[in-house]
Design a protein around this ligand. Structure first.
Ligand code: NAD
Length: 486
């Protein structure tokens, strides 16, 4: 991360200041940005939530959050940092509280010379996003300087609700001031997709439909829904993982080369691609999409036995499918995805499968390029070479990997993205026009599955801690295709 700017004056308001996200991610990330000087003297953070906390109590919480995250900190830095935090007990549905919030923000702006700059962070349940945005507008909470808003996921639960939310937010914020955050876009290997594609002439020259047979994106989780059953019942794997993270990854893999790496050019390239996104028809949905739910075992609960999950739930904990575009370098190339809970291991990876032709050595492996996002950060290319002692061909890996030391220093995705918000770089945030396309696609799949639910008593049950439903091995367009990771 470049230290592009220092000491940005701002009053930041965190809605949901007593929540899990604020504690685990936002406070430690802000502290690191403070240590680097990006926010330093002229900033204050107002944490708001319903609980009757005091400034001192919030500061203790921030102090704890920092010590839980970092092993080595300068206690003087921590002490100075937490003094910038203020707490306001605030029910976001109560209009009067916005008046107190506005007054406190103005008072702190004067005290810290924040130049009228405001940054609002919605770290709360999504059902409150629209209410907060409307009140910010009605109660004129915006300052006289910049006014930015960070909106957490999920942004809506279908196209209609996303549109409604977007309209509420755009009453007070211009599109360029809305930062729809997807922490996947802050991950090292996701940020490495563009450099990999566009700075290596070797890859650039083969990144097209003539050379790539298919691409496979896998975001596998080892855990089940844990305590999040209630939320998950309203979401499912498709909305929770595909609508945002998987689509962002696919967009980066398939978009045309941007003119430069400015936010405008990158978003233009993404939009150009998404204009050609094929919205799946019934035939495609039948052939190339699979969903499932994890079953129980002797020692583990089935999804339907989890707390706050309906005993006849048809919510999918696994989804696999196909995405295709009619334009861009990969026009017509199948991009397969799968994501789910209770896989054999936690793993996020992308496999790019190159076509191969006949060789004088007979049939050999194709050159697969794999980008591992989690838990390791590495890229490897499978190449063929001769066996040392016997005749024939063996497969080897050329690997680009970060050292343990480098891995330890990688900033958290939230830190990177907060940095970008402060310096007004929207490259790694989702534009409304992108989101609209993603929702059109997701709605089509959801509607098809909902219709199907009326005819089936239950959806596919898959064994826990393996690779998901075996039916997902049948989603390919040709019998010569199969999952590379398995
Ligand atoms: P949380 O339940 O831990 O926190 C919610 C916060 O909202 C709490 O501070 C609570 O006091 C406050 N709150 C609830 N009702 C309120 C009201 N009426 N008025 C004022 N405050 C109220 O939730 P979280 O896990 O921190 O998630 C927040 C958002 O971040 C969600 O949109 C979630 O999807 C997203 N997110 C969270 C994580 C994570 O790791 N926790 C990761 C990615 C995205």
């Amino acid at each position: 991360m470049d230290k592009m700017a220092s000491n940005i004056p701002v009053i930041m308001v965190i809605f949901g200041g007593s929540g899990d996200l604020a504690h685990r991610k936002l406070y430690p990330s802000l502290f690191n940005l403070y240590r680097q000087g990006l926010i330093h003297d002229n900033f204050a953070v107002i944490g708001t939530a319903r609980r009757p906390w005091t400034n001192e109590y919030l500061r203790e919480q921030v102090n704890d959050a920092i010590h839980e995250t970092f092993t080595e900190v300068n206690e003087n830095d921590v002490k100075n940092f937490v003094e910038h935090f203020y707490y306001l007990s605030h029910d976001v549905t109560n209009v009067e509280h916005y008046v107190s919030l506005k007054e406190l923000a103005q008072e702190l702006d004067d005290r810290y010379s924040a130049q009228g700059n405001r940054l609002f962070y919605m770290a709360m349940a999504p059902r409150f996003f629209g209410t907060i945005a409307t009140h910010i507008n009605d109660q004129k909470l915006n300052g006289t300087g910049f006014n930015r808003i960070v909106v957490e996921k999920p942004f809506g639960r279908d196209l209609a609700s996303a549109k409604e939310l977007n309209e509420q937010i755009t009453t007070s914020f211009a599109e360029e001031d809305i930062f729809r955050i997807d922490h996947y876009l802050g991950k090292e290997m996701i940020q490495n997709i563009m450099p990999l594609r566009f700075t290596n002439p070797l890859f650039k020259s083969v990144w097209d439909k003539e050379h790539i047979k298919n691409i496979q994106v896998t975001l596998a989780e080892r855990l089940g829904v844990e305590a999040r059953g209630g939320y998950y019942e309203t979401s499912g794997a498709l909305r929770d993982m595909v609508q945002n993270h998987i689509f962002q990854i696919i967009t980066l893999l398939a978009m045309p080369e941007p003119r430069d790496i400015s936010a405008t050019s990158v978003h233009q390239a993404k939009q150009e691609l998404l204009d050609s996104l094929i919205i799946p028809d019934e035939e495609m949905l039948k052939q190339h999409f699979v969903r499932g739910q994890y079953a129980g075992s002797d020692t583990t609960f089935a999804y339907r036995q989890e707390p706050n999950v309906a005993s006849d739930s048809k919510t999918e904990t696994y989804a696999a499918g196909e995405v295709k575009f009619t334009a861009g370098p990969l026009a017509g190339v199948p991009i397969y995805f799968r994501t789910g809970k209770e896989f054999k291991e936690k793993k996020s990876r992308i496999d790019i499968v190159f076509k191969h032709s006949s060789t004088p050595y007979g049939s050999v492996h194709s050159n697969n390029l794999t980008i591992e996002i989690d838990p390791r950060n590495r890229i490897y290319l499978r190449i063929n070479g001769k066996n040392i002692f016997e005749s024939g061909i063996r497969e080897e890996k050329l690997t680009y990997a970060l050292t343990d030391e480098e891995m330890a220093k990688i900033p958290d995705g939230y830190e990177r993205l907060l940095h970008d918000v402060f310096v007004n770089d929207s490259t790694n945030f989702t534009h409304w026009s992108e989101l609209e396309r993603y929702w059109q696609f997701i709605d089509k799949v959801e509607n098809y599955w909902e219709k199907e639910n009326q005819d089936i008593s239950e959806i596919i049950q898959y064994p826990p801690y393996r690779m998901g439903p075996k039916e997902a091995n049948q989603i390919f367009e040709s019998p010569t295709e199969h999952w590379i990771y398995g």
